[in-house]
Write a protein that binds this ligand. Structure first.
Ligand code: ZN
Length: 576
């Protein structure tokens, strides 16, 4: 491509609405253009990267034996009603009506549609296994679309669904996809981690997320530096040191005016935060729960939701708390809580406490010397606190660590959740009707592009992994009026194209500074710089975006040097 023929508009100013690095740089480098909140045009440069991501995914999926299909964006409400998700999905699902008042969803995911295809197309175990995938736009009406294409309302995903005759076979299909996702992430050049994940709204029994490691990531990953344990913080388990829990044995109700926080309370009673326990009141599916944990720890609401088996979980409102406990927010405690009709759950951290300080269920009062069993009895012990760096690995005991990540892929073992609710069956070897055992596997295609930028950038712009760079090489004749230099630029441009290198020739008649700035901002991995002085000495410069290294090479060896440099960069990204 010649720059003068390309639609490339870089911006000098950083757009104000952009909060994250990738959002800023994608707008600034002219990869995307905002059309409406959470909805973006992909301009030629941006679409080239997306297309490269799609090619890698498609190649790896095909290699894994999956078959590509295309399902409609519009899916009839009836299918979603079969699984109950028409109601469960809530406002995130975009819905429309046609002229005859028929309801449709703009697909946020396609389990229902694929299960319908398979129940109509497959009736014998002989046709199994099958893994079908598509690369398609998806819609989610985010409460607050932000971060550009990272959390957009319309985005591109690859979603795949496997169907097997039994659980054992389905686990094999799941493993194949797990490995395929590993390969996809490696080919793109990501530093990433596959972690145990919560199954969330999609449901199922086991799942893993593929996290691109980036300090700007929204997700927290808990991992063990010593063994292979890694999990999303939402799901992470760990061994919490049994510290504290020594608050005397004599039960006393004490006056604690103006005490708001655990730290203030601990200081007031001259104990440590880990000698206290806090009780947080929740409403889960209409019932009130008191959830008690050691004072120095935080709750993980997803673990709590799973522990209760709740569909809907939220904090109780101040009004609900007052009417039920007769005390304002902040004074809840376990004593006599059950008598108030509140279900009492205690976290494992409380199980280990000999005695503790807790709320008195009365304004400005707390208890000290509270003993479990003697002074209160829980309904159930649960594991609901957030695991953090420093807790012990439950596999090997080493101290866990934390890092930030961006989720780009998710693999789920679904089992028969969807085939049962949609009555999707086949006949097995004995002629008996069986439910398909399913898995589903998503990758955020447009999100991968943003994640690649979050992981690879500097103050000058994007540093693309070669695998998905809009162009691998930019050729910069510093001054196009210098005839010999420009002729050489044209020549090497044609030669690189012939060799299958994706190359752009910056044939603009503008200052070198603008050319270098744009090339760095867009982040082409390799620059070939043809300057008058060097070229008269028979030399050109090859500059690597990633580390700024410059090689001065003989112009007649430049072609091979560029090709070698690209290959080296590909390897670098593969092994980082
Ligand atoms: Zn470990």
């Amino acid at each position: 491509m010649r720059w003068t023929n390309a639609l490339i508009n870089t911006l000098r100013e950083t757009p104000k609405e952009a909060e994250t690095i990738s959002h800023k740089l994608m707008l600034k480098a002219g990869l995307i253009l905002k059309l409406a909140s959470g909805i973006y045009d992909f301009l030629p440069l941006g679409w080239k990267s997306v297309s490269k991501v799609i090619n890698i995914i498609r190649e790896e999926m095909n290699k894994a034996g999956a078959q590509e299909v295309l399902m409609p964006v519009l899916s009839p409400a009836e299918l979603w009603k079969e699984t109950g998700r028409w109601d469960l999905y809530g406002k995130e699902m975009m819905r429309i009506k046609d002229r005859n008042d028929n309801e449709f969803a703009l697909g946020p995911t396609h389990e229902e549609i694929i299960t319908d295809i398979v129940r109509r197309q497959i009736n014998s175990y002989r046709q199994l296994p099958v893994n079908l995938y598509q690369i398609q736009v998806k819609f989610r009406d985010e409460i607050r679309p932000r971060f550009g294409v990272m959390r957009a309302r319309e985005f591109i995903m690859k979603d795949a669904y496997s169907f097997d005759k039994n659980e054992q076979e389905a686990q094999k299909s799941y493993r194949i996809m797990f490995e395929t996702y590993n390969r996809i992430c490696k080919r793109i050049g990501f530093k990433f981690r596959a972690v145990e994940a919560d199954t969330g709204a999609i449901g199922g029994t086991s799942s893993a997320e593929f996290m691109v490691l980036a300090d700007t990531g929204e997700e927290t990953i808990i991992y063990c530096p010593n063994c292979d344990y890694a999990a999303n913080v939402e799901k992470a388990i760990g061994v919490v040191d049994a510290i504290g829990g020594d608050a005397g044995e004599k039960l006393e109700k004490i006056y604690t005016p103006n005490i708001k926080t655990v730290e203030e309370l601990a200081a007031f009673v001259k104990m440590k935060p880990e000698d206290t326990a806090k009780t947080i009141l929740y409403i889960a599916d209409g019932k009130m729960y008191g959830v008690m944990m050691r004072g120095d720890r935080e709750i993980n609401e997803i673990k709590l939701k799973n522990a209760i088996g709740a569909i809907d979980l939220r904090l109780a409102t101040p009004e609900e708390i007052e009417s039920k406990t007769h005390a304002p927010v902040g004074f809840a405690g376990p004593i006599n809580l059950k008598e108030k009709g509140i279900i009492l759950l205690i976290d494992k951290t409380v199980e280990n406490m000999k005695s503790l300080v807790c709320g008195g269920n009365e304004k400005d009062y707390h208890y000290i010397g509270v003993m479990r069993g003697r002074d209160f009895k829980e309904d159930k012990v649960v594991d609901v606190i957030k695991i953090k760096a420093g807790d012990g690995c439950s596999k090997c005991g080493s101290k866990l660590k934390e890092q930030k990540g961006i989720e780009v892929g998710h693999v789920f073992f679904l089992g028969t959740k969807y085939s049962k609710s949609m009555n999707a069956t086949f006949l097995d070897e004995q002629g008996k009707s069986q439910y398909f055992v399913m898995g589903c596997y998503g990758i955020g295609v447009t999100r991968i592009v943003a994640a690649a930028i979050e992981q690879n950038y500097d103050e000058n712009g994007i540093i693309w992994p070669v695998s998905i760079a809009p162009y691998e090489v930019s050729i910069i004749p510093v001054n196009i009026k210098y005839k010999e230099g420009y002729e050489f630029a044209e020549k090497i441009y044609s030669q690189l194209k012939e060799k299958g290198i994706d190359v752009i020739l910056d044939d603009r008649d503008c200052s070198p500074g603008v050319k270098f700035k744009d090339s760095d901002l867009i982040g082409f991995p390799v620059k070939v710089i043809i300057g008058e002085k060097n070229f008269k000495d028979g030399k050109v410069e090859i500059k690597i975006r990633k580390d700024g290294k410059v090689k001065l090479v003989d112009s007649n060896k430049a072609l091979n040097e560029v090709i070698n440099t690209i290959n080296e960069l590909k390897n670098d990204f593969l092994h980082n």
